[in-house]
Write a protein that binds this ligand. Structure first.
Ligand SMILES: [Zn+2]
Ligand SMILES: [Zn+2]
Length: 285
């Protein structure tokens, strides 16, 4: 299991490698464009070549892109739906150019109508994105915390979408904080086992390509998306030790998206925390 982190790309995508290395991250996640804006991810051939060359010299990998937060595959109006699929298409095309695994993104919100009302539209949108992007990139659905009608808070909902789209390029990222907020008690041994059994049945560990490793600022089942530093939240170090020891997560990169002990985002102390938990597990402690 590799311990990674979301890192900044201020100064261009290639700069993520230095930042990941500086905090000891073994894998990375980046934004290609500002997450609160609609912008197309345009990569020049020289930029792609330089990125691939830099990545080849680094032990950091895999690298993932996180999609912009505005994406909503359940959008009621055609304009926002098209913006959403175009954004995914352009970032997946950029991933292919840069040698990045794929795009992890939030499906969006059904705004209280329920999944059934938007299910067909979401699956059609995923198919559209998959059909119009290079074969070597993955479209990775992230589970949601659940508040505000956000789609994918139940593992069964993700499984249902994946089966309907029916492409081997559609994968899943589990966010530990979102899971906890959605009512999966990853902080307790029994809760973790129940949640993972459900995931195995509804989605399957072979579909899991990344974990967002975040502690939770907010209580179990609160539905709210509020990340905390590892050990400072309600999942805690003991919780992460059980999560990281679970067989389903053995070969899956853990990517931190935490506020940071100094408030500057994922930092070396959080990376070190996960690495030392991993060492304890490996030592059988
Ligand atoms: Zn996340
Ligand atoms: Zn989140």
């Amino acid at each position: 299991m590799r311990v990674g982190a979301h890192v900044s790309t201020a100064g261009g995508p290639i700069t993520c490698m230095d930042r990941a290395e500086a905090i000891g991250a073994e894998a990375a996640q980046i934004f290609l464009t500002p997450p609160q804006q609609w912008r197309s991810s345009k990569v020049e051939p020289e930029q792609a070549e330089a990125f691939r060359a830099r990545k080849a010299t680094s032990s950091v990998g895999p690298v993932f892109v996180h999609g912009v937060y505005l994406i909503n595959l359940a959008a009621a109006d055609e304009t926002n739906l098209t913006r959403s699929t175009s954004s995914l298409k352009s970032s997946m095309t950029a991933c292919s150019q840069l040698g990045i695994t794929g795009v992890i993104f939030h499906l969006g919100s059904h705004k209280g109508q329920g999944l059934d009302a938007v299910f067909d539209q979401i699956c059609r949108a995923c198919t559209d994105v998959i059909s119009n992007t290079p074969d070597d990139t993955l479209l990775i659905l992230e589970n949601s915390a659940g508040a505000g009608g956000t789609i994918g808070s139940r593992f069964a909902d993700l499984g249902r979408i994946i089966r309907q789209v029916g492409s081997p390029r559609v994968k899943v990222c589990i966010d530990t904080q979102h899971s906890y907020a959605a009512g999966y008690d990853l902080a307790s041994a029994e809760g973790l086992e129940l949640a993972m059994t459900e995931f195995e049945q509804e989605v399957g560990f072979d579909q899991l390509v990344a974990v967002h490793a975040n502690d939770s600022k907010v209580e179990l089942g609160s539905g709210r998306d509020r990340h905390e530093n590892i050990g400072e939240g309600l999942i805690g170090v003991a919780g992460f030790k059980r999560i990281m020891a679970h067989r389903g997560f053995k070969d899956v990169p853990f990517l931190l998206e935490v506020p940071g002990f100094d408030g500057n985002g994922p930092d070396e102390p959080n990376v070190t925390m996960l690495k030392s938990i991993r060492s304890e597990i490996e030592a059988g402690a």
